[in-house]
Structure formats: structure tokens, C-alpha cells
Write a protein that binds this ligand. Structure first.
Ligand code: ADP
Ligand code: MG
Length: 369
């Protein structure tokens, strides 16, 4: 008899140890609360997800893990469920917003189950942090929209390119028949300008869609930028813009010069358009652990935090005449070189775009293969 109860106790201890091991090692957060919402257990995954230690969480109300409005309504939800038995979330999984100890919020999947222990009720929540999943979803969506644009662009470009060339050719012919002071020349110029804009949009679309490969050669980025800024200064848009150069005298990287020029044109245009009353464009050159870096900073209007999240999305523009393709193209070009592009900005303070391209860190003796 005594032996039997010893065996039973041993078995109980073992199964308890097993349950603890499972709770401690699962990747999902597991949290139990009582009928008042007080946290009774909090496994290590929950601690990792929310940033509270087990000891900090146990005994607190579960509302510490939620932002408003759930935070102030949760107790009422539970009371309501206990009174009416009407389940809004229990037994059903759902996506909600969680709140970490540091106050930041994040998307969270939660499934809640109900357990009765004698006359007491416990709710068990199994939670999973969806932050990475959401980011991946965004990336897939981005890739899909690029692919869709690609297909569309290729066929549209085909349809439009030739008629467009025909229009500008015809206008040029007409223009030639007009006397030098003919006021209609101005109208022709306006039409040509619009045709060029269409042509630019078309080329940008093709840039995003057609597969291409950079033809790299070892270039001094500083020289290239100086050249592009000099041509930019010849344009009306840059009349009130001052270019300044800082940092290393020479940074070299294997890049495709004509693609890199396109990146610069886009960045310079964005900067100038953000400074309609004039301002400065600071180009800073650096070399850091195998990467050549170039920063293009302006003293313009800056970018709102909301817009900052969408800058690289094709067709995102805040301009009435923008295509919203410039930065998407920049990103594609830079990444095709194995590099990266990042933007930081503050409204009213200006914008900094940082490009980095892999190089061996040493201009001489670099093998371009
Ligand atoms: P577009 O110039 O045709 O609008 P882009 O992809 O080049 O398209 O830029 C997208 C948007 O990002 C712009 O409409 C603008 O709101 C913002 N932006 C980009 N660069 C800057 C900058 N240097 N200063 C302020 N806003 C910028
Ligand atoms: Mg642009």
C-alpha cells in the first residue's frame, strides 16, 4: 500500500516536471489568469515576448500586457463573459495588439482556453508574436507588387513608346516650320516637355520591371557625384541649391556608373524638390569595414514619420507631379550592387539618405574579377 502511494507520488512528480519542461521550452507564450484577470503563471516565452520577468508578471493584472482601449475594458470583458457565458474570444483565436514592458506595441495572435479547477475558473492564453511574420508579409507584398508592375509595364511600354517617339518627332518638325519669334513655339515646347515626362515615367517603369544586371567597374564615387552635381547645377530646379562635399577625398567601389548616376539624379531631384526656396545638399564620403558610404543630406522640408515607412514603395508620392518610382528604383539599383540604402529624416530639419556599396576597403589591389 505504502509502496503504491510512493509510486503514485513519484509518477505525479515526474509528470509535473514534464509539464514544467514543456512550459519552459515552448516557443509560444503561455499565460494563465484567474477570474479577476490576475496573472497566475507566465512562461519564459511570454517573458521574452513581453519583456516582463516571471516574477514581475505574476500577481499583476493581465491588462499590463495590453494597450488601450482593451486595457481599461478587459475586466469588463471577463466579467461579462462569466455572467453571460457569451464568448467573444474564448475558444477562438484572434489577432490583437500586445504591449511590452517598455510601452511599445506589437501584433499578437492569441488563443484562449478555459479550465475549471473545482469551483474556480482559469483562463489560459497562448500567444505568438506576429512582428516577424508581418514584416515578411510586407516584403512578399512588396515583391508581388513589383512583379505585377513589371508585367504591366512591359506591355504598356510597348504600346506607348513608339507613338510617343512619333509625337515628339512630329512636334519637332512643326517647330522647324515656325519663325523664331512665333508664339506657338512656346506651346510646342510645353507639349515636348509633357512628352518627355511621359517618356521618363515609362523608362522608370521599365527600370523597375525589366531584368538587368549592373556592369560594374571600379569608380571613384566622389568624382561621379561631382560630375552629376555639376550637370544638375545647369538645371533650373537647382538654381537655388548649393552642393557641398565632405569626408574622404576618394572612395572607390565596383559600381555601374550609369546606374549610379540614376540613383544620384533621383536623390538630388528629391532634395531640390524638398527645398523650393533653396538650400544645401551635403555629400559626405566614407569608408567603413569593407563598405564605401555616401550620404546625401539636404536642408529641406523633411519627411513625416508616416511617409517614411512607405518611401520605397512603387507609386508612393506626396507630389502632384511625382511618379513615386524614384526611390523604388534607387533601392533596386543599390541592392543589385549588393549595397543598401537607408533614409532618416525629421520634419523641418531635412533628410539624409545613406548609400553603402561593398568594396574591399582598399582601392589599390582590388580585384574586380
Ligand atoms: P517622387 O519624387 O516621384 O515623389 P520618390 O520615390 O523619389 O518619388 O519619392 C517618394 C516620396 O518620398 C516623395 O514624394 C517625397 O514625399 C518623399 N521624399 C523623398 N526624398 C525626399 C527628400 N529628400 N525630402 C523630403 N521628402 C522626400
Ligand atoms: Mg523622386
Amino acid at each position: 500500500m505504502a509502496k503504491n502511494s510512493e509510486q503514485r507520488e513519484e509518477a505525479l512528480r515526474r509528470s509535473e516536471a514534464e509539464i514544467r519542461a514543456i512550459l519552459d521550452t515552448v516557443v509560444d507564450g503561455i499565460i494563465t489568469i484567474d477570474h479577476e484577470g490576475t496573472i497566475q503563471s507566465f512562461n519564459p516565452a511570454a517573458a521574452r515576448i513581453f519583456g516582463y520577468s516571471r516574477d514581475e508578471a505574476i500577481g499583476q493584472n493581465v491588462t499590463i500586457l495590453m494597450p488601450e482601449p482593451d486595457r481599461s475594458q478587459h475586466n469588463e470583458y471577463v466579467a461579462n463573459y462569466l455572467r453571460t457565458g457569451e464568448a467573444k474570444i474564448i475558444g477562438i483565436g484572434r489577432e490583437v495588439v500586445g504591449r511590452r514592458k517598455d510601452g511599445t506595441t506589437f501584433p499578437l495572435y492569441i488563443a484562449i482556453g478555459e479550465v475549471h479547477l473545482g469551483d474556480q475558473v482559469r483562463f489560459t492564453g497562448i500567444v505568438r508574436d506576429l512582428t516577424d511574420f508581418k514584416r515578411m508579409q510586407e516584403e512578399v507584398l512588396h515583391a508581388q507588387s513589383l512583379a505585377a508592375i513589371g508585367e504591366m509595364a512591359a506591355s504598356i511600354a510597348h504600346e506607348i513608346k513608339n507613338p510617343l517617339a512619333g509625337i515628339s518627332g512630329a512636334i519637332e518638325v512643326l517647330e522647324e516650320t515656325m519663325a523664331a519669334g512665333d508664339p506657338r513655339r512656346e506651346v510646342m515646347g510645353e507639349i515636348l516637355g509633357q512628352v518627355r515626362r511621359l517618356d521618363l515615367t515609362l523608362r522608370q517603369l521599365l527600370m523597375l520591371s525589366k531584368p538587368w544586371k549592373p556592369e560594374t567597374q571600379l569608380c571613384d564615387l566622389r568624382n561621379l557625384i561631382k560630375r552629376v552635381s555639376t550637370s544638375a547645377k545647369e538645371q533650373e530646379t537647382f538654381a537655388l541649391v548649393r552642393f557641398l562635399f565632405k569626408g574622404k577625398n576618394s572612395v572607390v567601389a565596383p559600381i555601374d556608373p550609369s546606374l549610379f548616376e540614376q540613383v544620384l539624379w533621383n536623390l538630388f531631384h528629391n532634395a531640390a524638390e524638398a527645398m523650393p526656396d533653396g538650400g544645401e545638399i551635403h555629400c559626405t564620403f566614407g569608408q567603413k569595414s569593407g563598405f564605401a558610404t555616401v550620404r546625401v543630406a539636404d536642408t529641406g522640408s523633411g519627411i513625416s514619420p508616416k511617409a517614411q515607412k512607405r518611401l520605397f514603395r512603387p507609386f508612393f508620392t506626396t507630389k502632384t507631379r511625382g511618379t513615386g518610382l524614384g526611390l523604388a528604383i534607387c533601392k533596386k539599383i543599390v541592392e543589385a550592387h549588393g549595397g543598401s540604402i537607408s533614409i532618416s529624416s525629421e520634419v523641418g530639419q531635412g533628410t539624409q539618405v545613406t548609400l553603402s556599396f561593398p568594396n574591399s576597403g582598399n582601392a589599390s589591389g582590388m580585384n574586380l574579377g
